[in-house]
Design a protein around this ligand. Structure first.
Ligand SMILES: NC(=O)c1ccc[n+]([C@@H]2O[C@H](COP(=O)([O-])OP(=O)(O)OC[C@H]3O[C@@H](n4cnc5c(N)ncnc54)[C@H](OP(=O)(O)O)[C@@H]3O)[C@@H](O)[C@H]2O)c1
Length: 251
């Protein structure tokens, strides 16, 4: 553990470690067994958070050591509001509360509007918006119960400008940005912040398989995104709400 004290202009010393620590915070992560979900969970656990992982399938794989005592809730389709409520209630019951929710669950689809299906728009909104909406609504009670509740949504840079073939995906991630902003306004006076990160390409095994000739060093690693999310969950970020922050590495 690293402790560094600094003296502020008013002469008060404070510990940076204490301000950035997530010690004792209970954090639920949706999409918890995916590439970014697991990478983020590991970073948050190393900073002292108690992690609850929510998964859609029942497969958890082997979890890394920092997640050995994670609370696991599987078999949850977050597009179903009742299932989302069940997942959050289970976490609160098992861990004793909830301080933060990280909405990682989501998916990508590439198809042109000309050749693609209208149904794709519905499925993108289900997986990228409804999942975060249902999980957030289910978590509002426990997150508002104490001071300093946090929600971080994982959007995408495409929310800012769609490319060809990205219509349904980009529109769904743009809707997630608006959800982030609206909920931030609603929760301002309850001490709960709501923010989003907007990755471009994450350095995951599927992306490496799909783009074998790319320069992987330019991509953001899941743990690097996890560190930005850790900051947004920390006391240092208490004055940031309603923000959607591009986290794009060198892409
Ligand atoms: N990878 C990238 O380059 C990239 C770029 C920009 C943004 N993002 C965003 O980052 C997030 C994580 O991406 P990733 O690469 O880690 O993807 P991933 O490995 O596929 O993980 C996504 C997770 O979301 C879960 N999920 C999907 N639909 C769900 C539902 N209805 N209910 C509950 N869980 C559901 C999946 O569970 P199952 O596996 O059980 O279906 C999966 O574990 C996503 O929101 C994605 O849009 C990714």
């Amino acid at each position: 553990m690293f402790w560094r004290h600094r003296t502020e202009s008013n002469g008060i010393e404070r510990s940076e470690q204490a301000m950035n620590s997530l010690e004792g915070k209970i954090v639920a992560i949706t999409g918890g067994f995916g590439s970014l979900g697991l990478g983020t969970a590991r970073v948050l656990a190393e900073r002292g958070a108690r992690i609850a992982l929510i998964g859609r399938s029942d497969k958890t794989g082997t979890l890394p050591a920092p997640l050995a005592d994670a609370c696991i809730v599987t078999g949850i389709d977050l597009a179903d509001a009742l299932a989302a409520q069940r997942a959050i209630d289970t976490i609160v019951q098992r861990t004793g509360g909830l301080h933060a929710l990280v909405n990682v669950a989501g998916a990508f689809s590439w198809e042109t509007i000309g050749d693609g299906s209208v149904d794709t728009w519905q499925s993108m909104f289900d997986v990228n918006v409804k999942t975060a909406l249902n999980a957030s609504k289910a978590a509002l009670g426990p997150l508002s119960a104490g001071a300093g509740g946090r929600i971080v949504n994982v959007g995408a840079l495409a929310a800012l400008k769609a490319g060809a073939g990205m219509g349904a995906y980009a529109a769904s991630k743009a809707a997630l940005m608006r959800l982030t902003e609206a909920l931030a306004e609603e929760l301002k006076d309850k001490g709960v912040t709501v923010n989003a990160v907007l990755p471009s390409i994450i350095d995951t095994a599927p992306n490496r398989r799909d783009m074998p000739d790319a320069d992987f060093a330019r991509w953001v690693k899941p743990e690097e995104l996890g560190a930005v999310i850790a900051f947004l969950l920390s006391p240092d970020a208490q004055c940031i709400t309603g923000a959607s922050i591009p986290v794009t590495g060198r892409v």
